[in-house]
Design a protein around this ligand. Structure first.
Ligand SMILES: [Zn+2]
Length: 327
């Protein structure tokens, strides 16, 4: 049924309940048709039922019945595409039959990386961890891309040097680092320090640690060269981008989630692979995410609910595409 927005609004005036428009397809231009994507359709606002649907696959996706507005509710369309930025439309003008969205550029996260080690080979470890974090962001359709200076000798600091002492072993060093400024600490970048051991809070040692409650505005990450795994940096970047741990009492996750913590072995940590769509949404939209604190991105930021049982103002944290259906 052809129904433009004006007719839709007229129909809403007559029908107080939620109303559906016939099946539509959503296509994305500017990315290969082979690029995986997921379309999340929901009702946002003061809704008792947000009716979220997730459709995932490749090429144009038929997203089924689309919600029209209802009292206190507004339809919202979020399109996650590999190789493109999140497309969020808080007021989609559904087009009967189908709509084509133009892919937007991925959000770039510049990393300022330093490696404190007397071994040149540790530069390769850092480069490998960055590549892996980029791959995980890409695979999970987060719409963000890490960039960093080439991992050459200029990024390596000898143990015992003055710069290494300023970097320290954890968040206790942050005030000194921030005071020191560039190039050791870059206020407008995410600063990642690979150090031998990460020690913080009464001598606990960590695989990685993000200093969220610090004058560094949550843009300082420490990674332990002794204890890191391939997923440590991606996990810490999740914290930088506002995510909390996904362990119980948070519901709906298992230990394949990248924000799952308190595992036993490095093998278990390396087995983590997923950011849910609900998490990717928050990384992009929540005003506490570093990308929104660093710059305005033309996406009205909001404060997502911490209560994972609530479905507003952001979609449920664990909402995800069906990964079992992927080839
Ligand atoms: Zn953590």
């Amino acid at each position: 049924m052809l129904m433009n927005r004006r007719l839709l609004l007229a129909a809403i005036a007559a029908a107080p309940t939620s109303l559906f428009v016939a099946e539509h397809s959503v296509e994305v231009s500017g990315v290969p048709s082979s690029a995986p994507r997921a379309v999340l359709v929901r009702l946002a606002g003061d809704c008792t039922d947000d009716l979220p649907t997730v459709t995932a696959g490749k090429g144009p996706l038929t997203v089924g019945d689309l919600p029209g507005a209802a009292a206190g509710c507004a339809p919202e369309l979020a399109v996650f595409v590999q190789g493109a930025g999140l497309h969020l439309d808080a007021n989609p003008d559904w087009v009967a039959g189908g709509m084509t969205i133009t892919a937007s550029a991925m959000t770039v996260i510049p990393l300022n990386v330093w490696v404190v080690s007397n071994s040149a080979g540790r530069l390769d470890w850092a480069a490998s961890d960055i590549d892996e974090a980029n791959r995980l962001l890409d695979e999970n359709l987060v719409g963000m891309q890490l960039t960093s200076a080439t991992m050459d000798e200029t990024r390596r600091l000898a143990i015992g040097s003055a710069e290494a002492a300023t970097i320290g072993q954890g968040c206790d060093a942050v005030p000194g680092l921030v005071a020191k400024g560039p190039p050791l600490y870059e206020p407008a970048q995410v600063n990642v320090y690979f150090v031998s051991t990460v020690v913080f809070e009464e001598d606990n040692t960590y695989r990685g640690y993000t200093c969220t409650d610090s004058p560094g505005n949550g843009n300082i990450v420490y990674v332990s060269l002794q204890r890191h795994t391939h997923t440590t940096l991606a996990h810490e970047l999740g914290h930088v981008l506002t995510l909390q741990h996904s362990n119980p009492p948070v519901s709906g996750f298992d230990q394949t989630n990248l924000m799952w913590s308190y595992l036993e072995t490095a093998k278990e940590y390396n087995h983590r692979s997923a950011f849910s769509l609900g998490q990717a949404y928050r990384m992009n939209v929540d005003q506490r995410s570093w990308v929104n604190r660093a710059a305005s991105r033309g996406m009205p930021p909001r404060t997502c609910q911490d209560d994972d049982t609530r479905r507003q103002p952001c979609p449920a944290l664990h909402i995800d595409r069906d990964r079992g259906a992927e080839p």
